[in-house]
Structures are given as structure tokens and as C-alpha cells.
Ligand binder design. Structure first.
Ligand SMILES: C[S@@+](CC[C@H](N)C(=O)[O-])C[C@H]1O[C@@H](n2cnc3c(N)ncnc32)[C@H](O)[C@@H]1O
Length: 257
């Protein structure tokens, strides 16, 4: 007889080690699901409109260090020629709030599909000491950016964190299609999150995370960098750098040809 301890007050007795192993897998899977839910939705602290995503609080500084290598800003004040940095799927708005003061000559444009979080993004934009975050706009990235008054070959940077694996693949296709059309020549798209490589996900925690995402919505899941490179080629985008990040994430740097 084997004993599986579910909590300090609940134990289950099972007859075989196979059943015990199956039980462990189920419980690990369920706990991953809870972790995911609290990461982005269940554990937000709301202070007025302001949302705090624990994951964004943790990864904003490592991502900033990468941006400092790739975002070029020659001047310290906003002007007509300031580079335009468009964020897709801004979520709480924390990322741009953390980045913008380090690039006072760059114009940051947050955007979101979910109108419920626009208040939080506005909170962060309004309270930015360098005043270089524009008011958020609604963007569904499966639409053409011309629907939102963007002109072709006019954007200096497109940044997108944690959308590619937590949305249907049409969003990834829309992201790459729009980047290929609306970025300036030689301009960059920067994507952050966990990825698969050549059909393999590592480490085991990312395998479980992927399974949890797909169980939650079969159209979600980690995308394969090799397939993204092909999608990039179809849209005039080349992967020029892959940066390993904490917690088994990566930042991918794409350049418009
Ligand atoms: C996991 S959150 C990431 C938020 C933020 N980028 C971060 O890293 O904290 C994914 C975001 O993608 C947004 N999203 C989902 N579908 C979208 C779409 N079709 N177009 C643009 N954003 C979308 C959701 O509203 C959500 O805010």
C-alpha cells in the first residue's frame, strides 16, 4: 500500500506505484494551473485602477537590461523625430512604466485587446515621471494596424511579452504580419516568453506549463522557434538574437529586412 499526502489533513492510500505516480502527475498538473491563474489573473493587487502582475514585477528588470542593448535613443527629450515604440498586449501596463524613464527620448505607445485593463495602463502612463508614455489604445493584433491609423514602415520598435503562447496562433500570425508591414526597414520586433525549439520543450516545468495552457485553451501553447523563424521569413523578419532569460524564458530579437 502506498500513501499520497494531499495536504496536512488529507491522505489517500493506493495499491500500486503506477496509481501513485498517476496521482502525482494529476496533482502537479492541477497546481500548475493554479499557478498560471494567479500569475496573470487571480493574484492581481488592485489599488484603484492599478494592476500588479507578479510575473511582470519579476521580469521587467531583466527585460529592461536587454532593451538597453537594442533600443537606441540619442536624445533625452521627446521631439517630432522620437522613435516610436509600440507595445502589443500591454496587460497591466507595468512593463512600459518600468522601461520608459530609461529612454526619455522614445515615445512609448501601449495597447491592449482587453478594454478592462486600459484603466491600469492609463494609471501607469499618467504617473510616468518622464511623461513619454502615450494613452493606451485598443489593438486586436489579428487586425491590420491600418485599422488603428498606423502607416506602413513607420514604427521603430514593436514589443510583445507573453502573448504568443497565451493566445490562439492567429495572434502570432497577426503580430508577425503587422511587424513585417508597419516596422521601418531595419527596425526591431522584440518578443518575450517561453518557447519550444525543434519540437522540444525544456525544462520539465515548461513542459507542464505548456500542458496547463493547452488544457485551459487548446489554441494556446508554447510556439516553436523554428516555425517562428519560417513565419518571420514569410514576413520579411529575421531572428537576429536569442537571449536566455530567468525562469526559462527567452527574449527574441527580430529585424525587418
Ligand atoms: C499573459 S497577458 C501578458 C500581459 C503583459 N504583456 C505581460 O507580459 O505582463 C496576455 C495579454 O494578451 C492580450 N491579448 C489577448 N488576445 C489579444 C489580441 N488578439 N490582440 C492583442 N492582445 C491580446 C490579453 O488581453 C492579455 O492582456
Amino acid at each position: 500500500m502506498y500513501v499520497y499526502k494531499i495536504s496536512s489533513f488529507l491522505e489517500i492510500q493506493v495499491k500500486s506505484s503506477a496509481t501513485l505516480s498517476f496521482l502525482k502527475k494529476i496533482m502537479s498538473y492541477l497546481s500548475k494551473g493554479r499557478e498560471f491563474a494567479s500569475e496573470f489573473h487571480g493574484n492581481e493587487k488592485i489599488n484603484g485602477e492599478k494592476l500588479i502582475y507578479p510575473a511582470a514585477s519579476r521580469n521587467q528588470e531583466p527585460i529592461l537590461q536587454v532593451l538597453k542593448r537594442f533600443v537606441i535613443s540619442d536624445v533625452d527629450i521627446l521631439g517630432d523625430d522620437s522613435p516610436l515604440f509600440l507595445e502589443i498586449a500591454s496587460g497591466s501596463g507595468q512593463h512600459l512604466a518600468h522601461f520608459a524613464p530609461h529612454f526619455p527620448g522614445v515615445k512609448f505607445q501601449p495597447s491592449e485587446y482587453d478594454e478592462n485593463v486600459l484603466g491600469s495602463i492609463t494609471y501607469y502612463a499618467t504617473n510616468c515621471p518622464t511623461k513619454n508614455i502615450l494613452s493606451p489604445i485598443v489593438i486586436n493584433i489579428t487586425n491590420d494596424l491600418s485599422s488603428y491609423k498606423f502607416e506602413e514602415s513607420n514604427i521603430d520598435y514593436i514589443y510583445c511579452s507573453n502573448l504568443i503562447h497565451i493566445s490562439p496562433y492567429e495572434c502570432t500570425e497577426g503580430l508577425f504580419r503587422n511587424a513585417g508591414v508597419y516596422l521601418k526597414s531595419d527596425a526591431l520586433m522584440i518578443t518575450y516568453g517561453p518557447y519550444m525549439k525543434d519540437g522540444v520543450i525544456t525544462p520539465d516545468s515548461n513542459v507542464q506549463f505548456d500542458a496547463g495552457l493547452r488544457a485551459r485553451d487548446p489554441s494556446w501553447g508554447l510556439r516553436d522557434i523554428t516555425e517562428l523563424i519560417e513565419l518571420g521569413e514569410e514576413n520579411n523578419l529575421s531572428l537576429i538574437d536569442t537571449i536566455e532569460m530567468p525562469s526559462n524564458n527567452k527574449t527574441l530579437i527580430w529585424k525587418k529586412n
